[in-house]
Design a protein around this ligand. Structure first.
Ligand SMILES: [Fe+2]
Length: 319
């Protein structure tokens, strides 16, 4: 018989995790919901729009792309740096920005525990400017296939398609998190684009039929397929000034049918191979004025560059 140098309790008990100590899903949900409250879109937009602006005014805002840490440890190990999202938040802190966007995929999968961690991170370096979000596929209950967005909507607001006017521009947020744009969304988008203001569209996934992210016209990984052609045609017809997308963890610019598309997926997610040449962590600072729109890319290293006007392929730059 083996004798143990200590007394083993019976029945065996193990320390429970913080989550397991909660009485129920409802308790944890209540806690996460309370911590998400300040970040609800209506609160953030109220804060923003309480400072009115005229169409003659100018302002800057920031965009942070995908920041979910990666579902698989091997991707985190091989293609990630730690705490990039927090570093981005810190780098934006003292800039004269009007507001900022998170362009989707803030969590690896839309579970309660993942949102709890996300709100903890966000609250550790809380943005001092209004913080707005675009839903990504990973923010849903499952990133691919059948899924729902109940948790996301309960934290940020029911509407995942919305728009608002700020100074000389209308900003339109389009939900592409189900890897498609429906006919109903296209009808809504067509109405939302009917404005004399400049037009910016923010949507998580790029349209899949846009295959010009590189200097050779090959397809890159990811994007929404259904509604893709119609979306591109609509952007051209309404002469949209910018379309900002994420989903692919990289940086690229594409001018197509008179519309500039900017892929900005460098908010902190693993930079794994995606078919796009330029992969680096960055945030985007967008300057809007009655004269036009300028995009400044800020790398984590502190280097910056403006995206030039005209047809460009950024992988030719020395960055
Ligand atoms: Fe995504």
């Amino acid at each position: 018989m083996i004798s143990l140098p200590f007394e083993v309790p019976w029945p065996l008990s193990f320390p429970s995790s913080q989550t397991e100590e909660k009485d129920s899903f409802d308790d944890l949900y209540g806690e996460v919901k309370a911590s998400s409250h300040p970040w609800k879109r209506s609160n953030q937009l109220d804060k923003l729009l309480s400072k009115p602006m005229s169409p003659h005014d100018s302002f800057d805002f920031a965009i942070l792309g995908d920041s979910e840490p990666g579902r698989f440890w091997i991707f985190r190990k091989l293609f990630s740096e730690p705490a990039v999202f927090t570093k981005h938040l810190l780098s934006l802190r003292n800039l004269p920005l009007d507001f900022m966007f998170q362009l989707g995929d803030m969590v690896s999968r839309g579970t309660l525990e993942n949102y709890r961690k996300f709100f903890q991170t966000l609250s550790s370096e809380p943005p001092t400017i209004p913080y707005l979000t675009v839903i990504g596929n990973h923010d849903r209950s499952r990133p691919n296939g059948r899924s729902h967005s109940k948790l996301y909507r309960s934290f940020f607001g029911q509407k995942t398609n919305y728009f608002f006017d700020r100074g000389p521009v209308r900003l339109i947020i389009l939900d592409s998190s189900r890897a498609k744009i429906t006919r109903a969304q296209l009808r809504w988008l067509n109405l939302a684009l009917n404005t004399p203001l400049k037009k910016i569209v923010l949507t998580h996934m790029p349209p899949m039929s846009l295959r010009f992210w590189n200097d050779i016209p090959i397809s890159c990984r990811g994007g929404f397929k259904k509604g893709s052609e119609e979306f591109i045609e609509m952007m051209a017809r309404h002469k949209v000034d910018r379309v900002y997308t994420g989903h692919i963890h990289a940086f690229a610019v594409c001018d197509y049918k008179g519309v500039r598309y900017v892929l900005t997926g460098g908010g902190g997610s693993p930079l794994f191979p995606s078919g796009v040449a330029d992969k680096f962590y960055h945030s985007l600072r967008v300057s809007v004025s009655p004269q036009g729109i300028k995009d400044k890319v800020s790398l984590l290293s502190g280097e910056n560059f403006y995206i030039p006007e005209g047809k460009v392929f950024l992988n030719k730059f020395q960055i």
